[in-house]
Design a protein around this ligand. Structure first.
Ligand SMILES: Cc1cc2nc3c(=O)[nH]c(=O)nc-3n(C[C@H](O)[C@H](O)[C@H](O)COP(=O)(O)OP(=O)(O)OC[C@H]3O[C@@H](n4cnc5c(N)ncnc54)[C@H](O)[C@@H]3O)c2cc1C
Ligand code: SF4
Length: 445
């Protein structure tokens, strides 16, 4: 396959430019500073949005950052990746008749100020002498460890990859979040006194028994597993969507992109893979999905974005075989599908029509069909719910002193970074109460 690669640096550069100081001031001045603001309720981390926007309006950017950090230590990532249309901005009262306040971009403006000035106004409590092990340096683990540090505990993160940040570093396309933003946020968490040990895999290099001996509590935030198998002939030639995105972030110059690319799936990851392929020069990108646009798991705004990027959609089509030519992909054979009664997911079940095979030509095929359930549950013999780690109301698993947060517990609802961050914050407060029998002190900003 000949690569259709253009200039990856330009093609995948962060999509939205930062606001200028003038644009930020004008936007902040539009805010009505609502009492009991709906946007704050709609934000899963409940950032005091009118307050941080007011501080931007009065040019107190450090104070604005302090207000954001008080509720959300990963404000820089969230400002870029939150589906704001569904959350804070979707609740803005101005949205009914005018444009909602650009909350995400204003949050990014304050967070960029903090990053550029290395000014992280975060108040830390006196040391408690307690120590907590956190597995995984994704948003959930970083948030939890940072909050534990803020409460005076010593948190140590064990991360199997070479870089911290989890999917913010490796999985969210650079158009939304460049690697450097996620890494700087991890460094900021380290600056609070958190130790991040990379290249250490829990369950292989370090065991639960060892950690339980050395630490007062253990938090599991290992995210989900790899991409599930499709079980079709020729699958070995199909590229894993998560690996495709990772390469586009960490080694874009060497990423091979076809001219006629098929992406199997219709969730957020599938749209991201299709976008990368288009941006890097694929002439034709087709997303293949076995249900219809009504059942797609990506957000509506992502579907609209994908169509604007020139991505084609092929619904009611179930892949059945990869066609090869000299060992290279030549096409994807699919079966036409009819929708039947709801299946376990509550969506209409796809029922392939016998004898309805048709072929979509392709020189590259990528699969983005979700992630497998977390592997740590089985490894540790933890109770599960629908394959996710089961936790109680304070994030404790079926093993006392072992907590779990983030995607690995997200039984229902779309997994998102901001929800993982909130889990981390709430779990840290619960662990604090457990270890020192005291409520978490309120942050003063
Ligand atoms: C392609 C893609 C795009 C997405 N885009 C968005 C988006 O735009 N907006 C949004 O809000 N959400 C998005 N999400 C979802 C979001 O990224 C996740 O909800 C969030 O990252 C979950 O955080 P987490 O910390 O639970 O898991 P992860 O981010 O997966 O982090 C888990 C970490 O644990 C480490 N780990 C795993 N097992 C072990 C082990 N045994 N030992 C040590 N370390 C281990 C992993 O290496 C990883 O660093 C996207 C997800 C994907 C897959
Ligand atoms: S964290 Fe996300 S949802 Fe909350 S205010 Fe910021 S951008 Fe909106």
């Amino acid at each position: 396959m000949e690569s259709a690669l253009r200039d990856p640096g330009m093609a995948l550069a962060e999509q939205l430019p930062p606001l200028t100081a003038h644009a930020a001031a004008v936007e902040a001045d539009r805010c009505l500073y609502c009492y009991d603001a709906p946007c704050t309720h709609a934000c899963p981390t409940h950032i005091d949005i009118p307050r941080f926007i007011k501080k931007i309006a009065t040019n107190n950017l450090r104070g604005s950052a302090a207000t954001i950090f008080a509720s959300n230590l990963l404000g820089a990532t969230c400002a870029r990746v939150c589906p704001v249309q569904e959350l804070c901005e979707g609740a803005c009262v101005l949205g009914a008749d005018h444009k909602p306040i650009a909350i995400g971009r204003l949050q990014r403006f304050a967070m960029d100020y903090a990053r550029e000035h290395r000014s992280y106004p975060i108040v830390k409590a006196e040391s408690t002498g307690k120590s907590i092990a956190v597995i995984g340096a994704g948003p959930a683990g970083l948030s939890c460890a940072g909050e534990l540090a803020r409460l005076g505990h010593k948190a140590t993160i064990f991360e199997k990859r070479q870089m911290a940040g989890g999917l913010s570093t490796y999985g969210i396309i650079a158009l939304r979040e460049p690697v450097e933003v996620a890494l700087e946020e991890s460094r900021m968490i380290e600056s609070l006194g958190v130790e991040i040990k990379t290249g250490i895999e829990f369950g292989k290099d370090v065991s639960l028994a060892e950690l339980k001996r050395q630490f007062d509590a253990v938090v599991l935030s290992g995210g989900l597993g790899s991409t599930p198998s499709l079980g079709i002939p020729g699958e070995e030639i199909i590229i894993d969507g998560l690996e495709f995105i990772e390469a586009s972030k960490t080694d874009p110059a060497n990423l091979q992109v076809g001219r006629n690319v098929i992406v199997i799936g219709a969730g957020n990851t599938a749209v991201d893979c299709a976008t990368i392929a288009r941006r890097l020069g694929a002439e034709r990108v087709t997303m293949v999905y076995r249900r219809t646009d009504r059942e797609m798991t990506c957000y509506e705004h992502e579907y609209d974005f994908g169509r604007k990027e020139g991505i084609e959609f092929r619904f009611l089509s179930q892949p059945s075989r990869v066609l090869l030519n000299d060992g290279l992909p030549a096409g994807l054979e699919c079966l036409r599908v009819e929708l039947g009664p709801p299946d376990a997911s509550g969506r209409p079940s796809p029922q392939p029509v016998a004898g309805s095979e048709f072929v979509l030509p392709a020189d590259q095929i990528v699969k983005a069909v979700g992630q497998n359930k977390p592997v740590l549950a089985a490894l540790l013999g933890l109770e599960t719910r629908k394959g996710f780690i089961a936790v109680d109301s304070v994030f404790q698993t079926s093993v006392a002193g072992v907590y779990a947060i983030g995607d690995c517990i997200r039984v229902s609802g779309a997994a998102s970074t901001v929800m993982a961050v909130e889990d981390g914050k709430l779990a840290a407060a619960a662990i604090h109460r457990q270890l020192v029998s005291a409520p978490a002190p309120l942050e003063v900003s």
